[in-house]
Design a protein around this ligand. Structure first.
Ligand SMILES: Nc1nc2c(ncn2[C@@H]2O[C@H](COP(=O)(O)OP(=O)(O)O)[C@@H](O)[C@H]2O)c(=O)[nH]1
Ligand SMILES: [Mg+2]
Length: 617
């Protein structure tokens, strides 16, 4: 078995294509269905009559979810590079290509989707643009197929091409030590913990004893499944679900590895690294990074043997990680900056387990570290550190910066100050414990507010806000819309909550773009005896699954369609009047006016008298 992956910009039809090829909708979560957008990895089984089969990994295309795309990308061998014929090459088309350049794709097929929306001339132009964008990459020269999942045109031809490409792929190394990066963890009632992933190499057998890391424990495989079928043995290249009894699912996360018990976990890896051209301004001798290994994201520092590399040349370096992990020699990895999250480059793991290269500290470094340790979680500005450690302020700032780079201190901003690394770590852990409890008690919430957290931890809120900002910046926690949460947390509604909103914000097939009334929704929401309903409503609004416009509530999918019609109409016929907008959307003036104002306010359109045009991006 081999793994087929999708890649490409959001809304280009990746998930619709997977559904057309397999009959399985890869968008698993209700939030994904309400928003009409993939947030996390989706999986489907592709089968052919002659017994050839493959696992498909469908990735989110939105730039905010590149970390989820990366979690599924390492296992891909056959890539479906999806480009919508009516939009052409867009930013995440290129970003996904740049990322995959460092990973394990062996064959690429370009899929030009939505062919029903363009004529032959436009299709040929997009095909040329994609050929240009892939030139010089692993995908150069890939055959292109035009398909429409609406009319079904081209889907059979594409299926045949995928079949032939799968048959021609070389097998994975079945004799190598088994290595399975974990991309999903769940508990199955009556069976216990299940981990899933793409088996990168080796063979797994039911009954094997393997290393699961983290937590760094040996586990016995009770059973193995491949797309719902029980197997006694599975060879590299397959999508695997493994039952690992005796481990609590809540102790495991995406990014763990299930591997041959002879592997050794290490926090320092020798690597061969090649930067992308855009990485130059970010590279230092010690560059803080987010490292993507297997299905995991681990913060760390990339330290170059001979200073940062010049243009796109591969060099030797050591990757120091915040936690230990297991990796195999030759494993591909990718690194991004901490914030913003810019692709720096990638390469392969040389050997695992090298000596850690602790620098011997000068006396003034020790003095600053001691001052920080004495103050614990009370932040000290560079001037205070200098005065208390008897070093010049500029030198104190330099030392604090160096301590921060290697995790021995934590930098806060507004105003700039530093905390002791160990004290910061302890506070991080207390925060993580609160998140874990609250996210399991109320999974429909986006997270925890700084106020609630400050009360629970009895920590001063202004300090906590600065600390949380640094945690977000370092990618240790997520923060959006005033809520903080663990990185892995995605709000999920309960079936009752979901049913409530599907009913109250229903789409009328006769008037599919007319909103539900906010007043009637609130009138039903208050007396409904459903746990957490108002919070679930907040979640849907904050995530864009539902959108309040004037007195109406729209589904995110309706707003997307309205916007599409608005943009199409303006592109085709020029600046738009209220009456033309109303007709394009098929709504009434009562709804059209607030919608138009909402598009002005959110920066989609600009108003000039009675006319609106598109804001230039
Ligand atoms: N007209 C047309 N629309 C399509 C086609 N494929 C997908 N779509 C629509 O494009 C939107 C985005 O599709 P989706 O598969 O979610 O895109 P993804 O973000 O790349 O996974 C949805 O509204 C689909 O119904 C197609 O072949 N033709
Ligand atoms: Mg999708």
């Amino acid at each position: 078995m081999h793994v087929v992956g999708t890649a490409g910009h959001v809304d280009h039809g990746k998930s619709a294509l997977v559904r057309a090829l397999t009959g399985t909708d890869p968008d698993r979560w209700i939030e994904e269905k309400l928003r009409g957008m993939t947030l996390d990895l989706g999986f489907a089984h592709l089968r052919f009559d002659d017994g050839v089969d493959a696992g498909i990994v469908d990735v989110p295309g939105h730039e905010r979810f590149v970390h989820n795309m990366l979690a599924g990308a390492a296992g891909m061998e056959l890539l479906l590079l999806v480009v919508a014929a009516n939009e052409g090459v867009r930013p995440q088309t290129l970003e996904h290509l740049a990322i995959l350049d460092f990973l394990n794709v062996r064959r690429t097929i370009v899929v030009l989707t939505k062919s029903d929306l363009v004529d032959d001339g436009a299709l040929a132009q997009v095909a040329r643009d994609v050929a240009g964008a892939t030139r010089g990459t692993f995908a150069e020269g890939a055959a292109a197929f035009a398909v429409s999942t609406v009319t079904g045109d081209g889907v059979e031809e594409l299926r045949r091409a995928i079949h032939d490409a799968l048959v021609a792929l070389p097998p994975r190394a079945h004799d190598a030590p088994a290595f399975l990066p974990v991309d999903r963890v769940f508990a199955l009632p009556g069976h216990g913990t299940i981990v899933t992933g793409t088996l990168m190499q080796g063979t797994l057998r039911a009954g094997d004893t393997l290393l699961l890391d983290p937590p760094g424990r040996e586990v016995r495989l009770r059973s193995l499944h491949v797309f719902g079928e029980s197997r006694t043995a599975v060879a590299g290249g397959a999508r695997v679900a493994a039952n690992v009894p005796g481990v609590d699912a809540s102790d495991l996360h995406r990014g763990a590895v299930l591997a041959d018990a002879t592997f050794v976990s290490s926090a320092s890896l020798r690597v061969r690294f090649r930067p992308v051209r855009e990485a130059q301004p970010w590279l230092r001798r010690r560059t803080p990074v987010r490292a993507y290994l297997g299905a995991g994201e681990i913060l760390g520092t990339l330290v170059f043997d001979d200073g940062p590399p010049a243009l796109s040349v591969a060099v030797d370096a050591t990757l120091h990680l915040r936690r230990t992990t297991i990796a195999y020699a030759g494993e591909a990895f990718v690194v991004r900056t901490l914030s913003p999250k810019v692709l720096l480059g990638g390469g392969t793991i040389g050997s695992a387990a090298v000596e850690s290269t602790a620098e011997s500290d000068a006396p003034d470094v020790d003095a600053v570290a001691r001052v920080l340790a004495a103050w614990g979680t009370v932040p000290r500005a560079a001037a205070e550190l200098g005065a208390e450690a008897n070093v010049r302020e500029e030198r104190a700032a330099e030392i604090a910066g160096a301590l921060t780079a290697r995790g021995a201190a934590r930098a806060l901003h507004k105003p700039d100050a530093y905390l002791d690394g160990a004290a910061a770590e302890a506070l991080s852990e207390r925060i993580a414990a609160v998140f874990a409890r609250r996210e399991s008690e109320a999974p429909w919430m986006l997270g925890t507010t700084s106020l609630a957290l400050a009360r629970e931890l009895t920590v001063d809120e202004p300090l906590l806000i600065r600390f949380l900002a640094s945690e977000v910046e370092e990618g240790r926690i997520a923060g959006r819309a005033g809520y903080y949460s663990s990185i892995a947390h995605e709000a999920r509604l309960t079936p009752e909550q979901r049913e409530f909103f599907e009913r109250t914000v229903a789409v009328d097939p006769e008037q599919p773009l007319v909103p539900a009334s906010l007043d009637s929704l609130l009138a039903e929401l208050r007396p409904a005896r459903i746990t957490g309903l108002p919070q679930a409503f907040d979640t849907l609004l904050a995530s864009g699954a539902l959108v309040k416009v004037g007195a109406g509530v729209y589904r995110g999918t309706q707003i997307a369609e309205i916007r599409r019609r608005l943009e199409t109409s303006i592109r085709r016929d020029g600046p738009i009047t209220m009456a033309r907008f109303r007709d394009a959307v098929g709504t009434t003036r009562r709804h059209a006016v607030p919608l138009m104002e909402w598009f002005d306010a959110t920066g989609v359109t600009v108003r000039d008298g009675d006319l609106r045009s598109l804001r230039q991006r």
